[in-house]
Design a protein around this ligand. Structure first.
Ligand SMILES: NC(=O)c1ccc[n+]([C@@H]2O[C@H](COP(=O)([O-])OP(=O)(O)OC[C@H]3O[C@@H](n4cnc5c(N)ncnc54)[C@H](O)[C@@H]3O)[C@@H](O)[C@H]2O)c1
Ligand SMILES: O=C(O)C(=O)C[C@]1(C(=O)O)C=C[C@@H](O)C=C1
Length: 310
């Protein structure tokens, strides 16, 4: 199904998993007149041109944003501030500027001071992804039935927020609005901590393999593989996420460590009842997430922060 273009020209800064998926989805749905993107290396520019999804692939971010009605930064969160400073003087008056960063508070803080008064800043985070990255990794269906969280700063023109909401909805996403702080706290437990744990356990298993000269990784069973898929994710992206969402991640890590200590004690004491009760409760929660179709890192909208803690 195609719809009338929502924007005449969009600029995607960065053509990796997310930029490439937006381009593919927007193209498939006829959402934009023209798509311009950047790729920093000649090799990637050649590959993006070869893919034939965008109208133009250019070398500089400044060139990409010229006359764009919608500019989306699809780059690691640590690069958003410097890129905002770079493009600020070249944005079309009235343009919407957005991003897709996995952390919102730091991105807003880093980008907002650079942006001129005449543009509309509407940060966004599509809560959808894979462990793959780069220009070949994107696909048009990535955002279908996934959440996309918008965190417009106070005073943002509601019409701009609505236009961006319509864009994400047309890509298939379920759109919600929340504050950057609430976003960062919820995503710290549903997305950031799971990645940290996956990265940790792969390292631990590998170290153990070296120490014991056994083949821990080679003989790892399905559980290890399912659980650690996300440890193959991009190191630059995740370094930036943990640096940018430090406070919320540390808070959630503290709560998680306390809960792990309780289970550790139950194992040490041979307290089968405690273990059984815990696993019964968490199995029901996990099954509930799958049955209600919320297995896409669906955040707990509307719940006050304190309720995230037990
Ligand atoms: N991967 C996921 O699962 C996922 C999901 C939702 C949101 N995000 C967020 O989306 C953003 C992009 O992630 P991705 O998975 O598409 O990464 P990616 O590695 O696939 O693509 C990032 C692209 O940005 C480019 N880039 C980096 N710095 C740049 C700069 N200064 N100027 C121009 N281009 C630059 C890189 O060359 C690369 O092509 C990140 O902020 C991430 O937090 C990722
Ligand atoms: O499924 C995956 O591979 C992901 O890691 C996707 C995932 C997530 O944690 O849910 C990762 C980071 C994003 O900001 C959003 C989505």
């Amino acid at each position: 199904m195609t719809t009338a273009p929502l924007f005449n020209r969009i600029a995607l800064i960065g053509f990796g998993l997310i930029g490439g998926s937006i381009a593919r989805g927007a193209r498939a749905q006829g959402l934009v007149g023209e798509i311009v993107t950047t790729a920093r290396s000649g090799k990637t520019r050649a590959r993006v041109a070869e893919l034939g999804i965008v109208d133009r692939v250019v070398e500089t971010n400044v060139e990409a944003v010229k006359d764009a009605d919608l500019v989306i930064l699809c780059i690691p969160v640590g690069a958003c501030g410097p890129v905002a400073a770079e493009i600020a003087g070249h944005l079309k008056p009235g343009a919407i500027i957005s991003d897709v960063g996995s952390v919102k508070g730091a991105v807003v803080k880093d980008m907002a001071p650079h942006l001129p008064g005449g543009v509309h800043f509407v940060p966004a985070h599509p809560v959808a992804g894979t462990e793959h990255s780069g220009p070949d990794s994107g696909f048009a269906e990535l955002f279908i039935n996934r959440w996309c969280i918008l965190t417009p700063p106070e005073g943002t023109d509601p019409a701009a927020t609505d236009r961006l909401r319509a864009f994400w909805a047309a890509l298939g996403a379920k759109v919600e609005i929340m504050t950057p702080d609430h976003h960062d706290l919820v995503l710290a437990i549903t997305s950031h901590l799971p990645h940290l744990i996956a990265y940790t356990i792969v390292g631990t298993a590998d170290e153990l393999a070296q120490v014991t000269e056994s083949e821990v990784i080679k003989f790892s069973a399905g559980g290890f593989r399912d659980f650690t898929r996300i440890a193959a994710s991009d190191p630059t992206m995740w370094r930036d996420v943990f640096l940018a969402n430090k406070d919320a991640v540390l808070e959630m890590l503290g709560t998680f460590t306390e809960d792990l200590s309780k289970l550790t004690r139950a194992i040490r004491r041979g307290d089968g009842e405690a273990l059984f009760d815990h696993f019964t409760r968490t199995r029901a929660i996990r099954r509930g997430i799958v049955e209600t179709g919320q297995d896409s890192a669906a955040p707990d909208f509307g719940r006050p922060h304190a309720n995230l803690k037990k």
